[in-house]
Every structure is written in structure tokens, then in C-alpha cells.
Ligand binder design. Sequence first.
Ligand code: THU
Length: 145
Amino acid sequence: MSNNIDASVWQNLVDNAKQAYQQAYAPYSEFRVGAAALTTDTKIVQGCNVENASYGLTVCAERNCIAQGVIHNPSNKTVEFTALVVYTEQEILTPPCGACRQVIAEFFPQDALIMAANHLNQQQHWTVAELLPDAFTPYNLINKT
Ligand code: THU
């Protein structure tokens, strides 16, 4: 089961996501987001949102976090992740946006847990399948003709 992760590891992920939050570049929305993900080889990678004066070029914290995992992957196999935390300092927890759900579905098993956390110690979990049921994934391309 890929979502069998210790409470101490979740806390470490929250701490890393909070640290990443401090690095957010969000001068336009002022909506700062940090993310941290656990790789199958138990490494933690971080990401923050990076906005742009051309607003549509903004990249969310989750996708920057996954990119870090791809960059720091030592193996010659595709990197895989088992958990991800999205951290904001908002009273309403921040779930991953639709674009990030698609990118998460590419690299996480369907039963991996995604957590939203905030500065009030509120938390919510979803499985990847709950966030994006019946996702289009690499498996859909295997039998392409
Ligand atoms: N944002 C994220 O980084 N992750 C999410 O899951 C939701 C939205 C960012 C994008 C933009 O910089 C700001 O939050 C407001 O949408």
C-alpha cells in the first residue's frame, strides 16, 4: 500500500512544504503556496508557486515540486512519488488545481495520498483517484496504434 506513511514522515512533509511556502514568488496574486513530496526512494523534494508578469505562465507549487523530483532522480527509471503536501496560510485549505491533478496522476499511484495543510494545523487528505477519477495516464498510451 503506497499510502502507509508514518505520522512523523507526514510532519516532515508539512515542515518542508511550509519552508517551500516561504520561497513562493507570488507578487500578483499574493497567494503563496508551498509543496513537498516524498519519492519512492524516500527523498523529500520541494516546490513553490512561481508567477509571471504574463500571468498565464504561472507554475503552481505542486508542479514545481514534481519537477524537482524528476531533476533529482538518481535512477534510470521514471521517478515515482508516494505522498504530497500542499501548504498555504489560508483559512480555507488549498486543494491541487485541475492542471496539477493531471500532473500528479502521471507520477503518483492512484492510492497515494495528497494532503492539504495550513498554518492552523488543519489538514485534509485525498487519494489521487479521488482528486482525478478515471485519469488519462501513460497507460492509456501503451496500446496506441
Ligand atoms: N496555486 C498553486 O501553486 N497551487 C494550487 O494548487 C492552487 C493555485 C497558485 C497559482 C497562483 O500562483 C496562485 O496560487 C493563485 O492561483
